[in-house]
Design a protein around this ligand. Structure first.
Ligand SMILES: [Ca+2]
Length: 319
C-alpha cells in the first residue's frame, strides 16, 4: 500500500530520534569522562570612546607654565588651575598628618632619563609631575570649559609614583592601597575617590551629561594621605570630548572598561602595614612645612613607617 511507506519511514525516523535523544539525556555516571565543548565567546572588549575634538586646552601639557603668586615650586601648566590643601589631613593626629603644599613641575623629556620617557610621557615631549618628598598632599588640577548640552567623556591618565623607600636603588611602591587616591571632576559631578594601581599608568573614563550649556570645571583631584618617602604623581595626555550619541553609560570606568576600585569600599586589613626601618641621611631628610624646628632635632634619626605614617626613633648616642 502506498500509505504504508511514509508510515514506516516516520516510524523509523521516530525510533532513531528517540534513540539519539536517549543517548543525549542519559545520566552521567561516576567515573565517566566527558569533553565539554563550549561555544567560543569573545572576551568583552573595553568600551572605546571616540576621541572627538579635544575640548581641553593644553591637555597634553605641551605649552608653557606660570607661577601663581610667584611661588617657584609651583610650575603650573598654562590654562590649568591648581588648588591644594593645607592643614590637618584628618587621617591621623601625628605632627606629620598635615597636608603640605606640593611641588609642581612641567617636565620636558630632556630632563628625564630616556627609559622614563615611555613611563611618564604619553603624548608629545612634556609631562606634569606633582609631588612632595615625605609630605601628605591633596590637590586638584582643573580648567573651566564651556560645554553645550550633551554627553561627554573625560579621559584621564596618571602614574602614581608612590614610594615608601628605596632598596638597592629600586623603588618600593606603597603597599597600603589608601596611600594614593584619584577623583575625576566635572562640575558638580565627580567620581568619588578611586584607588589606582601604584607604579603604573592608570587611565580612567568619566562619562557625564550636561543638561544645558554652561561653564563646567573639569579635571582631576589626587591625594596621598600619608607622608610617605615620595608622594609623586605623573600625568599627561588628558582628553575631553563630546560623545556622538547618548548610548554610552554614564559613570566612571577604568582602562579596561571595568568599574574602578572605590576608596570608600576598601576594607583595610586588621593588621596595619609595617615597613622596615630605613636609615635616612641628613641630606635626605624631609623638610615638612611648619615642622622645620622638629626637623632640626631629627635630622640624624632613623625612621620607619607604620600604617603608612612616619614614626621617628631618637638619634643614637654619638650621632
Ligand atoms: Ca604631553
Amino acid at each position: 500500500m502506498k500509505t504504508a511507506v511514509p508510515s514506516l519511514t516516520l516510524l523509523v525516523c521516530t525510533a532513531v530520534l528517540l534513540l539519539l535523544l536517549g543517548r543525549h539525556t542519559r545520566q552521567t555516571e561516576a567515573g565517566e569522562e566527558y569533553t565539554v565543548y563550549l561555544p567560543i565567546i569573545a572576551k568583552p572588549e573595553a568600551p572605546t570612546y571616540p576621541r572627538g575634538n579635544n575640548l581641553l586646552n593644553n591637555s597634553s601639557f605641551e605649552g608653557g607654565w606660570y607661577h601663581p603668586n610667584g611661588i617657584p615650586e609651583l610650575q603650573i601648566p598654562n590654562e590649568w588651575v591648581f588648588v591644594w590643601e593645607e592643614g590637618p589631613t584628618g587621617f591621623g593626629s601625628e605632627t606629620w598628618d598635615v597636608w603640605v603644599r606640593p611641588e609642581v613641575r612641567v617636565f620636558p623629556s630632556y630632563l628625564l632619563p630616556p627609559h622614563e620617557h615611555p613611563l611618564f610621557i604619553w603624548d608629545g615631549v612634556q609631562t606634569v609631575k606633582i609631588f612632595k618628598d615625605s609630605g601628605a598632599i591633596s590637590f586638584e588640577l582643573t580648567q573651566n570649559v564651556w560645554l553645550e548640552s550633551g554627553t561627554y567623556v573625560l579621559e584621564m591618565s596618571v602614574f602614581p609614583d608612590l614610594v615608601v623607600y628605596y632598596e638597592n636603588g629600586e623603588k618600593v611602591w606603597a603597599p597600603d592601597p589608601l596611600s594614593g587616591e584619584v577623583k575625576l571632576i566635572a562640575g558638580n559631578n565627580n567620581t568619588g575617590w578611586l584607588l589606582p594601581t601604584f607604579g603604573d599608568k592608570n587611565t580612567y573614563y568619566f562619562v557625564f551629561t550636561v543638561a544645558q550649556a554652561q561653564n563646567v570645571r573639569v579635571g582631576a583631584a589626587m591625594r596621598g594621605r600619608w607622608a610617605i618617602r615620595n608622594n609623586g604623581w605623573f600625568m599627561d595626555d588628558w582628553w575631553l570630548s563630546r560623545l556622538p550619541n547618548t548610548q554610552f553609560e554614564t559613570g566612571v570606568f577604568d582602562g579596561r572598561g571595568q568599574p574602578p576600585r572605590f576608596s570608600d569600599e576598601y576594607i583595610p586589613p586588621a593588621e596595619p602595614y609595617i615597613f622596615p626601618v630605613v636609615p635616612v641621611s641628613s641630606n635626605q631628610f624631609p623638610v615638612i612645612s611648619g615642622l622645620l624646628s622638629e626637623v632640626a632635632t631629627l635630622q640624624k634619626s632613623e625612621r620607619h613607617f607604620t600604617t603608612g605614617q612616619f614614626v621617628f626613633s631618637p638619634p643614637s648616642p654619638g650621632d
